[in-house]
Each structure stands twice: as C-alpha cells, then as structure tokens.
Design a protein around this ligand. Sequence first.
Ligand code: BTN
Length: 310
Amino acid sequence: MNPTRKRILAAIADGPVSGPDLAAELDISRAAVWSHVEALREDGFEIASESNGYTLGNVPDYGGPAIEYGLDAPLEIEYRDEIGSTNERARELAADGRSNVAVVADRQTGGRGRLDREWFSPSGGIWFSVLVRPELPPADAPLYTLVAAVATARAARAAGVDATIKWPNDVRVGERKLAGILTEMEGEADRVSWLVVGIGLNANVDPADLPGDRPVTTLQSEVGAVDRRAVTQTLLEEFWDLSTAEPEVIMDAWRELASTLGQRVRVETARETIVGQAVDIAAPGTLVVDTQEGLREVTAGDCDHLRPTE
Ligand code: BTN
C-alpha cells in the first residue's frame, strides 16, 4: 500500500484527526490528503469525515489493501479476484526481479498442486504465493516448506482448528487435508535466486466443491466461516517471522505440530517404497524412517500413515 495512505489509516484509526493536522503531520497539501482519503474509500475503507476530522470505520473484508492494513511483515500484496495460478504470477514477478511480494487471489482457475495435480481453488479460499530471495544454498530450500507448513498450521489453530502437519507439507485435521504447499525455486550454484512458496488453505469453502479421491476439510466446515483477512495476516506474519530463524528452531516448531512422527509410514519415492516408523526430521526437511534395514533419510515422496497392522 502507498506509504502515505498507510500513515493516514494509522493516524485516523483512533479517532478524528482534522485535514490540516494530517496535512501537517504528513507534510503534504490538504488537497493531497483529500485525494488519498478518496482513494482509500474506493478501496473499501469506511472513513467518516465530520467537523472535527476524519475517523476510520470498517476495514474491507478482504483484498490487497485490507491484507496490507495492519500486516506486521514487510510484504507487498498483489491481489486478484481471479487468476490462473498465484504461483505462476509470482514466477512472472520473479522474472521481473521483484521480491517480498505475496500474490493473493480469491479464486484460481488453474491452481496447481504437487506432482502436477490440479488444485481446486473456488472463491472463499485462501490461495497465495510468497516470492522471496533468501540468502540460502539451494539444498536448504526445503526449510521454507517446513516454515510454510508451520505457519499454516499455526494460523489454522489461531482460528480454532486443531491442525497438524503430515510430512512433507500437508496440513490436516485428523486425516482430512486442510491445506497444501507448493514450493518452487530457481537457484544458482551456491545460492537460491528466488523462491515461490504457494499455500492453498481451504478456508470459507464447502468441501463438496473440492473434488478428489482423498478426504478434505475446510476451516468453514470445522469452525464456521472465518475472517479471511485475519487468517491470511496471521499466516503471512508467522511465515515471515519463522523464515529468518535457525534451522533447528524451524525443525523444532515443525516437530511440535507434526502428526507423522511416531507413525508407521509408507513413503513412495521416485525410485522405491520405504516402510517403517517415522522417528524424526533432519535438516533441511528429510524424514528419518526406522526400517527393517536400519535408519533411512527420505528427501521427497508421497507419505501415507499406516495402521499398526499394515
Ligand atoms: C499440494 O498439492 O498439496 C500443494 C497445493 C498448493 C496449492 C497452492 S494454492 C496457491 C498456490 N497457487 C497454485 O497454483 N498452487 C499453490
């Protein structure tokens, strides 16, 4: 959001401030104050103007300015009512040299999941992709997927939903999938050039509108319709805060929310099927499985939790 508009909103949040006072505080003309206020109203902010000044009323439910207002993370929001895929758009922004942007959409017409699967993204969900350029060797990029999973589970929990993480990156309630993460990157020899972390959180959506052969759930079906703006802000803030933490801190946060550890699992990798007890994760996000042949570290694959007898 334009920094002057951000400052106007902050100034009028707690009561009336006159046009001349705002103009003096921001060192702009009274006409400029007026035109910024008009622009904010067009973005959906309710701004009363009375004889004693401007006062902020309701903030828009969702959208770019709504998410940016009060967001405690240095991310710019690019919002679309409809888009093919937010990951695709974030990749375009990466090609343009941009960074620290979150592309957020109300619905996606070509949402993509892991392993080239389709990701259904009807209106009401929280679908976004964060573009960052961390100083990280490419091999450590999976840490960002752990960060995204923790941030998503924490945001769901803050909304009252008992979410846990299934390795590598599904956020679930019981055995029903609530959210998924698709991380893409471009790397040079020794460092990441850009990372796009796409998060799809089934928020105010009817599970019947999410076809597929695996059980799914939504925040709305768990606890009723949520404030998407608040959930998105919490998620982005948790993501931003944890992304700068040390790997051990990230992995501890992941362990705390993981449902996979302690489970008997079957992991299908590109080359083989590994069955055993999931005992831990290791940097940058590999699953440590205790198999009949000893401990194995699995970097990528499709993981199923098995019943003890399987
Ligand atoms: C998965 O298969 O579990 C990952 C799903 C990731 C979906 C999100 S929605 C926002 C972003 N844009 C996309 O096209 N995909 C990701």
